[in-house]
Structure formats: C-alpha cells, structure tokens
Design a protein. Sequence first.
Lengths: 206, 206
Amino acid sequence: MIKVYIVDDHSVVIEGIYSLLQHEKEIEVSGYALNGNNCLQYFTTNKADIILMDISLPDINGVDLCRVIKTTYPGIMVVALSTFNQGTYIRKMMENGASGYLLKNSNRQEIIDAIKTAYSGKTYLSFDAGKALTTNTDIQTNLPPLTKREKEVLAHIAEGLTNLEIAEKLFISVDTVDSHRKNLHSKLNVKNTAMLIRFAVENKLV
Amino acid sequence: MIKVYIVDDHSVVIEGIYSLLQHEKEIEVSGYALNGNNCLQYFTTNKADIILMDISLPDINGVDLCRVIKTTYPGIMVVALSTFNQGTYIRKMMENGASGYLLKNSNRQEIIDAIKTAYSGKTYLSFDAGKALTTNTDIQTNLPPLTKREKEVLAHIAEGLTNLEIAEKLFISVDTVDSHRKNLHSKLNVKNTAMLIRFAVENKLV
DNA sequence: TGCAGTATCACGTAAAGGGGTGATTTTTAG
DNA sequence: CTAAAAATCACCCCTTTACGTGATACTGCA
C-alpha cells in the first residue's frame, strides 16, 4: 500500500485527487494539507511514501517546501503538482529533489503512474513536462492562450507603462486596458503586477 | 568631420557628452533630442553619421527606435547609451542593428573610440559590455549594490507579496518595506513594480 | 571618534492597481 | 449566417503603490 499525502491550497484539487485514487487498491491517501506549514507539522508525527505537492502555496513556495522535506525526510518522494508547464519551475523542483512533475489536468492513469514511478524511486515527468525539460523550450501548450490584445497589453505593462499610458498608446479606454489586465490575471493565475511580470519574463512572453 | 546626434531624456547627459566632445577636431555634435519622436522628426530633414542613443526614453524604447532608424536610414550608425550593463539589453540593441554599446560612466576616450569605431563600420563594445555578451553572464559590477534587506524585500515582491505581507514576514513595519522599495526603485532606476520585477528577473536577482 | 550607509518608522497625498459585474460591438471561425 | 470569442467601455469600491519628507538608531569603517 502506497501512502500518499497531498499538499495543495485548493480544496477541489485535493478532493479531485482523492476521488480519482479512492478505488485504487495499492494506493491510499493518508492525509492532506492546505499549506506548507501544516504539511511540515504533519510529518513531525506521521509519515507517507509520496507527497503530491502544489508548487504555489500560500505560505511557502513549493520549491522551498520540497527542499525542506527532502533534506529532513529523504525517504519521502515528492511529486510536484502544477497548473502550468513551466520549464523553469520543473527544473527548480527537480534540482530540489522532486521525483516527478504532474500537471493538474493529468488524467487518472497519469497520476497513478506518477505515484508508482516515484514510489519505485524513479522519476516521472508528464509528457509535456519532459519535453519542456529536454528541449529547453518552455512549452506554451499548457499556458492558457492569450489573445493578441492581451499580449500587447502585457508587453506594455512589462515596459513599465501604466494603464493610462497603455490606453493612450493603443487608442483605447483605460477601462479596456484594465479588462485585459484582469483577464491576464485570471488566465495566468496571478494576483498582482509583480507575479504577472515575473511569470511573463520567465515564460518568455515578453 | 563625424556628425554625432544625441538622444537622451536627461539634459545633463547631453550636456556632458557635448562638453566632452567639443574640443574634438574630427567630431561635431550636430544636434540632440530628448525623446524618440523628436529624433525621428529631426532625421526627416537632417542627417548625421552617428546617433548616441539612450536605451530608456520617455516615448519609445531605445531598442525600437534603433530598429526604426536602422531600417529607415541604414547608413546611420547607432551607438547605445545605457546606465547599466545588461546583457539582455545589449543583445537586443545589437540584434536591432546597433553598432556599439556605451555605458554612461564611460570616460572621454571611450566615447571617442566608440564613435570612431562605429563610424568606420565596426562594432564598439565597452569592456564590460563585451564581457557580458561573451560570458553570457550579465555583469553585476555595474548594477548598484543592493543591501541584504533590499534583496530580501525584492525577492518577496517577486513572489507576489504586498508590502503588508512582507512586513509581517520580516517583522518590520510597512513603512520600512516601503522605504526599501523606494530605494530599490531609485537604485535600479525603475518607476513601478512591473519594471522592478522585469529588471530583477532579467538580471537573475531573483 | 565621527561619518556614511543601512535599517528602521511615520505621515500624508496622489496615483495606480485589484476585483466585481455587466453590457455592447467586432471579429472570427464553423 | 450564426454562435462563440475577443475587444470594447463603464462604474464602483477598496487596497496597494508611488512619492515626498523627515526623523532616529545602529553599524562598520576610516
């Protein structure tokens, strides 16, 4: 029986994985945490074989959490969970001891494969993730498609222009620029300019 | 007589270059512009051999301006002027047809060398710029030194935290975080979060 | 010892961004 | 032609940044 622990701040993800794995005979979900600290807390008194770990957590980022876990409990295999397919993050997780990288849109079989592969001590990478690593070209397939206008706006934000300046440059209203900005936020799953630009630069969107 | 034209939004820089070159027999400063549009305007009716062009301009960024100039007037040699030594920007300027890259802290001889080299059709790179290009490692020598605290704050901003969140994490006041942020802005010569993060990521400060 | 640089905190104003909701028009693709 | 996607604009409310100015304490170095 492989004991799996889940760390993700989205309850639905935990719920989804739990449900996908509940009929799996060889796998048991032994617990979960909604943030990094609860996870660390848990492992002071409990154990597991595999941790499915979201890369973005409210308190600690996945890369750091992974490093802490692997140095403290080398026997636990960490599989990174991510919404997007970013070569940069994949590399960082791997450098910090992760045994695999799984996209949240993976199907049941992929998740099971990842868990079993990691359990056997090997590394599991989802198809696209592996490709992103070897080609050294971040796959944009798993990035939400941005429209032409969104890309333009993003480029201008990255240049340091304000919404007003962008509006003047594109001959549209500030409200429209704001709309595009909001769409970028929700598509890229960020909540402010700093995260937006970081994401954009790291993904060579700008 | 080599006719030199200067584009820079800082009057002092124009003044400084002018003064450094005024006793040079073979070089004549034939004009200047404080922004990209005035520069383009000028060249519809005038000409020059060399343009010393600041990379950051109020209306158009230097890279784009360089591309426009070089496609419209291929005979004009563009030498990029920059405060910092960023491999990324150097590369971009070169890709867009610049004949050289000069730091604003260059001395008189370097500026003259750059102008003459560009005039002869060759490429001039200041020592560090050349190094930054070939080693593929952005030189940080020319980046203002950031203090420990500033780096910490910067890292947290890049993670998407607000000043308040950073303050709580570092056990300091929001006002202090704000201070560090202001210092980062002035040290790195940026005016908002977007530019700050972009600069930081491109310079591997985060 | 004294100065420069760092780190700290404060207060105020103005500007910009973040979040929600809703609506109309254009474009695009089937 | 028509349905979906994209682009446009508007308003509200609140939070966060931006910028200025100034002050105090600590620290390392000349």
